[in-house]
Design a protein around this ligand. Structure first.
Ligand code: ASP
Length: 408
């Protein structure tokens, strides 16, 4: 499995380099390959609704029966939402200060004319969370109301009578398993998708290549810098203050799952190791870890949330779009929801970036810009996702008066 993933990583790099050369030296050939990019984007869009819907329901129902959803559930959700928001704000601050995309000027400002109407006021954003008709929202691919409805639906599954609860939980878990497989199948075609998208972007922006490459490097540094800050400064502080525990001792205990997250780019695949490390190395009880970790692996993704925000802002900057305050709020909210909706599998964050881009009305082709570096950034953000889940488990265990092995 690992060999396959490393291979995919190389395939993506090779496809990217070939696409740049192709788009630059054989521009007349681009119309013959651009369809691969179009089909790839369509396929990504195809999986979003069923993947997100089943991922969230399966995550929320994994919280167990109604009893668990009381105090523990509230604490866990509060931790997830706070740290993910903090991660997004860290990313937003960095991307606003460094402005990695400014000056790339892809000259597509025409295609983003509808932007102003798309954003609306902050109040509209909250209105838009509530679907008038869930089928209509799904059909239009309007993800925010779908996420809202899925959380509500999942929550009330846990409140239903046992026989309904079990069959619905099983049903949505099964859909989720299948959708993850479908997504991974599509992701295998990333090199071809990249080739199509990047070749046509290069042909269109032939004069700008050097500046795009430079910006991409700065963009990657922004993502990595913000991720490291969140993982090594913000989260440890929270562990120390809220959890009264030793964050760096816990970090050491987490070496194996974090390295696994890094090499597999999958929080879900890492889950068994995360649970093992928390219980046996950091001394968190099975009651807490089995409750918080599976949920965290699906809905708590600080690294992904941060990445969604930085990537969307970078693309906006590259398209020469100056996002207003309200539009940036919309990016923050959608990045948060996108991270909740992202599955714990490789490149799920890339699928979800389409959601953030469409929410603020940016062209999906912008993804072509960041594809080349997505895989490596995925490895780092997945480790941050797993690290945040594990910090949450320690904090909740400590606030439940557990001794653990990392308490102060
Ligand atoms: N690969 C990430 C994870 O499994 C999700 C993402 O693509 O951001 O946590």
């Amino acid at each position: 499995m690992r060999i396959l993933k490393i291979k995919l990583h190389w395939q993506i790099l090779i496809a990217f380099i070939l696409a740049v050369l192709f788009g630059y030296f054989i521009p007349q050939g681009v119309p013959y390959v651009s369809w691969m990019g179009d089909i790839f984007l369509r396929a990504l869009k195809m999986v979003i609704i069923p993947l997100v819907f089943s991922s969230i329901i399966s995550g929320v129902t994994s919280m167990g029966d109604g009893k668990n959803l009381g105090r523990l559930g509230l604490k866990t959700m509060a931790y997830y939402l706070t740290t993910s928001t903090l991660a997004i704000l860290t990313g937003l601050a960095v991307v606003n200060v460094v402005k990695p995309g400014v000056g790339v000027d892809l000259g597509f400002s025409k295609s983003v004319e509808g932007l102003a109407e798309q954003a609306g006021s902050v109040r509209d954003i909250f209105y838009r969370l509530i679907p008038e008709n869930i089928i209509d929202s799904m059909a239009r691919g309007d993800i925010l109301p779908v996420i809202f409805f899925a959380i509500l639906f999942g929550f009330f599954i846990t409140r239903a009578d046992e026989n309904y609860r079990l069959s619905l939980t099983n049903f949505f878990d099964s859909i989720f398993q299948v959708m993850m497989k479908v997504t991974l199948f599509i992701i295998r075609f990333t090199p071809l998708g990249i080739f199509g998208i990047v070749a046509s972007e290069v042909q269109r922006n032939a004069g700008e290549l050097a500046s795009i490459a430079g910006s991409l490097a700065v963009y990657s540094l922004c993502v990595v810098g913000a991720l490291l800050f969140h993982a090594l400064v913000s989260l440890p502080l929270i562990v120390r203050v809220m959890g009264k525990a030793k964050p760096y001792a816990h970090l050491k205990n987490m070496t194996v799952p974090l390295l696994t997250a890094f090499s597999t780019s999958s929080s879900s695949a890492t889950l068994p190791l995360t649970m093992e490390a928390l219980e046996n190395q950091s001394g968190v009880s099975n009651k807490i870890s089995s409750f918080t970790l599976p949920l965290g692996a699906t809905i708590n993704m600080d690294g992904t949330a941060l990445y969604e925000c930085v990537a969307a802002m970078f693309i906006a900057q590259a398209y020469g779009v100056d996002l207003t305050f309200t539009q940036q709020v919309l990016v923050v909210v959608t990045a948060l929801l996108a991270s909740i909706g992202a599955a714990g599998i490789p490149m799920a964050g890339l699928v979800m970036i389409t959601v953030v881009l469409s929410a603020v009305g940016l062209p999906l082709e912008g993804i072509g810009l960041i594809l080349a570096v997505d895989r490596i950034l995925d490895m780092i953000r997945t480790s941050v996702n797993v690290w945040s889940d594990s910090c949450g488990a320690v904090i909740i265990a400590r606030t439940e008066k557990e001794e653990t092995l990392v308490g102060v």
